[in-house]
Design a protein around this ligand. Structure first.
Ligand SMILES: [Zn+2]
Ligand SMILES: [Zn+2]
Length: 309
């Protein structure tokens, strides 16, 4: 006996790989119908055998993408509809907004390994993202979440990226922030007088590293604003940054290349480790070790405090 259900899901369900996930589950249980984003969240209609639909609903709740959070889930029987396939259909802007905006997500482990793989076409590509990581909140200009309503809109995908976007079950299937070096997003490096120095990302990054090691300050325009960077082991550079910012004592945040490296300077308990390696990867406070391994100027970074951020 075949039946059709209309499923409505609200919560943090956009920009987290939910539509491609639903598509894959529908394929798995051989269900036909559609999924889309609406102002409310995600809407799905599926037709199939009752047990398969039940298993599909169970999977949606239990195996959802890591960053997704479901606030409300309803599945109502509706008159049977004979769909010919399962599809991700155009977003629907009707209804009232109940969406929980997805925050910007830290680089996921898969993207990190691609970034470091010389054989990968996104080797060292600065804007690497996938369905499970990358900017969301900072680039969203309107809802529902689709590339056309983000600051990615002026950068159409190259044919290779488009193919990834169109082909399940790639983890960039339907990934709204998908891009590569051929898609048109670029990096530029300017000197203090705003003279353009570089536009290729490899030499830009090399020169930024060199500039920081020379004890100078670099402003990096990121997705959510500017980050001011300098060498945490260079007291003169830190003092200069404090002077220029007019920040006599307010602590600065530190960045480490890895969890292992950070652990040499601060004490990280399991809760902190989980947070740092999770999708949010926030700035958090941790107690200084009495004998830091890196030559950081702890007194300049967080004057008078026993914790570092
Ligand atoms: Zn990723
Ligand atoms: Zn591309």
């Amino acid at each position: 006996m075949l039946s059709t259900f209309f499923i409505r899901i609200t919560g943090q369900v956009q920009g987290v790989g939910f539509r491609p996930f639903v598509y894959q589950q529908a394929e798995k249980y051989q269900l036909k119908g559609w999924v889309n984003n609406s102002l409310e969240g995600v809407h799905i209609q599926v037709s199939g055998a009752h047990e398969e639909v039940d298993a599909f609903i169970h999977a949606l709740k239990e195996e959802k993408p890591p960053v997704a959070h479901i606030a409300k889930f309803t599945a109502d029987p509706i008159p049977y509809q004979d769909f010919s396939s399962f599809e991700i259909v155009k977003s629907n802007r009707e209804g009232t907004g109940q969406l929980v905006l997805t925050p910007d997500l830290a680089m996921c482990p898969s993207c990190r390994s691609e970034l470091k793989d010389p054989q990968n076409r996104r080797y060292r590509y600065p804007f690497i993202t996938c369905n499970y990581c990358g900017p969301r909140y900072s680039i969203i200009q309107g809802l529902p979440y689709d590339r056309e309503r983000t600051s990615m809109a002026p950068f159409p995908m190259c044919p290779v990226c488009q193919n990834e976007y169109d082909s399940p079950p790639e983890w960039r299937f339907f990934s709204q922030t998908n891009s590569c070096d051929s898609c048109g997003m670029s990096v530029a490096l300017y000197d203090a007088a705003f003279k353009l120095l570089q536009t290729d990302y490899e030499p830009c990054i090399a020169q930024v590293v060199h500039t920081i090691l020379e004890g100078r300050i670099v402003a990096v325009k990121g997705i959510g604003g500017y980050l001011l960077l300098c060498d945490a082991g260079n007291e003169a550079a830190l003092k200069l940054l404090r002077e220029r910012k007019g920040r006599a004592r307010k602590p600065f945040a530190l960045m480490y290349p890895s969890l292992e490296a950070a652990e040499l300077d601060v004490v990280l308990d399991p809760v902190r480790k989980n947070a740092l390696t999770g999708p949010a990867a926030p700035i958090l406070l941790a107690f200084k070790r009495p004998d830091p391994k890196f030559p950081i100027c702890a007194d300049q970074l967080a004057p008078g405090l026993d914790q570092l951020g």
